[in-house]
Design a protein around this ligand. Structure first.
Ligand code: SF4
Length: 420
C-alpha cells in the first residue's frame, strides 16, 4: 500500500492534504495512512479518533500518522492511542523530513512530535500539481488567525495570520490551469486578513485582481469564506469581473448583536447586512452563504430569532449551521451554556430557513442558461454553486446548460455545448 491521506474539515486542510502526500512521497514513505484532523468541534475530534481506530483495524501493518488541528491542540490525546505511530503538527505536516522517522523506522523517544505553532511566521510555499479526484482546486493564500473569537480554537491550531506572497499564488494557479483545472478556490483560515505581513501590504481584493489579470485563461475563480467587515475596496471592484464567481460565504456566526459582542466578532448585524447590500450593488446576482452557530452560550429565544430572521433578510441561500460546541480553553466554554438539545433544534431551524432560500434561488434559475463545471459524471455546479444534474456530462467539463427543472439536490438541465 502506498500513502493514503484522510482529511477532515476545511478546504485549507484539503489543500494541505495534497501537499502532505507529495512531501511524504518525497521522503520515501509508503504503507502509511495520514489522518489530517479538524478541531472546530468536539464531534470533529471524535470522528478523527474513530478514523484512527478503523485505519488500524483495516491496516494492521500500516504506519498511522496523525496531524491537523486536533493533533496540534490535543496532541497527547492522540499520542496516547496505541493505534498511532506518529503525531505531527500543522506546520511540520508540510515538510518531508517530518515523515523520515517512519521511513527508516527511527526509534522515537516520543511519538508526539508537535512543535509550537504560535511561533510560525512563514507560510510554506508549496506548489501542488493538482488535487486527486477533484475538478475544482483549492489554493492556500493565507493561514492562521490573529483574532480571538471567544468560541474558537483555530488560532491555537493554526498559529498567527500569515500570507502567501502574491507571485507564488499566481504561479500556483498558472500551474493548475496548465494541468487542466477550470476553477480555483482561494482558501485559508481568515483570508480577508490577507496581506499586512507582505511587502506593500496587499489585500485580498488586490490579490484577486492580480490573479484575474495575470491568469487570463482561468475560466472561474471562487473565493471561499470571508469575514464581511474586512472586505476591502479592491474586493468590491473585483466582484464585478465575470470570471469571479458570484458566490461568497460569510463567516457570520450570529445575527444578534449581543451574541456577536460575546463572541468578540468584529461586525454587528447591520454591518453584515450593509456589506451584503454593497456587494450586491456591484454584482446584483451575487449569492451568499453563511456559517452560523446555534445555541451560543447565553443565547435566548429572541437572540436566536435575530439569527434566524437574518437568513431571509439577507437572502442567504447556503447555511452552514452548527450547534455550539465548547472547545477546551476558550472563553465561551466558561460562559453559561445553552442545552445541547436546544442548540441542535436551533441549528435544524437555521438549516430549514436556509433551505427555503436555496429552493427559491433554484426556482429563479429555471429556463436560464447556466455555465456549469462538472464535478463527477452527471453532476456539476453553476457559477452560483448550485448542483445541476446533466446527463452525459463528464468530470472536468465546463458546459453551457439550459436549466429545465428542479432536482433533489438543486437543478436539472440539458447541455447546449461546451462553454467557451
Ligand atoms: S476569525 Fe475568529 S472564528 Fe475565524 S479562525 Fe479566527 S478566531 Fe476563529
Amino acid at each position: 500500500m502506498a500513502i493514503e491521506t484522510l482529511t477532515f474539515g476545511c478546504r485549507l486542510n484539503a489543500y494541505e492534504g495534497a501537499v502532505m502526500k507529495a512531501e511524504a512521497e518525497k521522503a520515501g514513505l509508503d504503507n502509511a495512512i495520514i489522518i489530517n484532523t479538524c478541531a472546530v468541534t468536539a464531534e470533529a475530534v471524535r470522528q478523527a479518533k474513530q478514523a484512527v481506530r478503523k485505519a488500524r483495524r483495516d491496516n494492521p501493518q500500516a504506519r498511522i500518522i496523525v496531524t491537523g488541528c486536533a493533533a496540534q491542540t490535543e496532541a497527547r490525546s492522540f499520542g496516547d492511542m496505541d493505534e498511532v505511530d506518529l503525531v505531527i503538527g500543522n506546520a511540520d505536516k508540510l515538510k518531508s523530513e517530518s515523515y523520515r522517522p517512519m521511513v527508516f523506522g527511527t526509534p522515537l523517544n516520543d511519538k508526539v512530535q508537535v512543535n509550537d505553532i504560535m511561533s510560525v511566521r512563514e507560510t510554506a510555499g508549496h506548489l501542488i500539481e493538482g488535487m486527486d479526484g477533484r475538478t475544482r482546486a483549492f489554493v492556500q493564500v493565507q493561514n492562521g488567525c490573529d483574532h480571538r473569537c471567544t468560541f474558537c480554537i483555530i488560532p491555537f491550531g493554526r498559529g498567527p495570520s500569515r500570507s502567501v506572497p502574491m507571485g507564488l499564488v499566481v504561479e500556483q494557479i498558472r500551474k493548475l490551469v496548465a494541468n487542466g483545472y477550470k476553477e480555483v478556490v482561494l482558501t485559508g483560515v481568515d483570508i480577508t486578513s490577507y496581506g499586512p505581513d507582505l511587502p506593500g501590504s496587499p489585500t485580498l481584493g488586490l490579490l484577486t485582481q492580480s490573479i484575474l489579470k495575470h491568469v487570463p485563461d482561468l475560466p472561474r475563480l471562487r473565493i471561499s469564506s470571508i469575514d464581511s467587515i474586512e472586505a476591502d475596496p479592491a474586493l468590491y471592484e473585483a466582484v464585478a469581473d465575470p470570471r469571479l464567481m458570484p458566490h461568497l460565504h460569510l463567516s457570520l456566526q450570529s445575527g444578534d448583536d449581543m451574541i456577536l459582542k460575546r463572541m468578540k466578532r468584529r461586525h454587528l448585524r447591520d454591518d453584515a447586512l450593509a456589506v451584503v447590500e454593497k456587494l450586491r450593488s456591484r454584482r446584483p446576482d451575487m449569492v451568499f452563504g453563511a456559517d452560523i452557530i446555534a445555541g451560543f452560550p447565553t443565547e435566548t429565544d429572541a437572540m436566536f430569532e435575530s439569527s434566524r430572521s437574518f437568513i431571509a433578510e439577507a437572502n442567504l441561500a447556503y447555511i452552514h449551521a452548527f450547534p455550539y460546541s465548547p472547545r477546551p480553553g476558550t472563553p465561551a466554554a466558561r460562559m453559561p451554556q445553552v442545552s445541547k438539545a436546544v442548540a441542535r433544534q436551533r441549528a435544524a431551524q437555521l438549516r430549514a430557513a436556509g433551505d427555503e432560500q436555496f429552493r427559491a434561488l433554484c426556482k429563479s434559475r429555471i429556463g436560464q442558461t447556466e455555465s456549469i463545471l462538472v464535478e463527477r459524471s452527471g453532476l456539476g455546479r453553476t457559477e452560483h454553486f448550485i448542483p445541476v444534474r446533466v446527463a452525459g456530462a463528464e468530470a472536468g467539463d465546463l458546459l453551457s446548460v439550459r436549466i429545465s427543472g428542479l432536482s433533489d439536490d438543486g437543478l436539472s438541465g440539458d447541455p447546449l455545448q461546451a462553454a467557451a
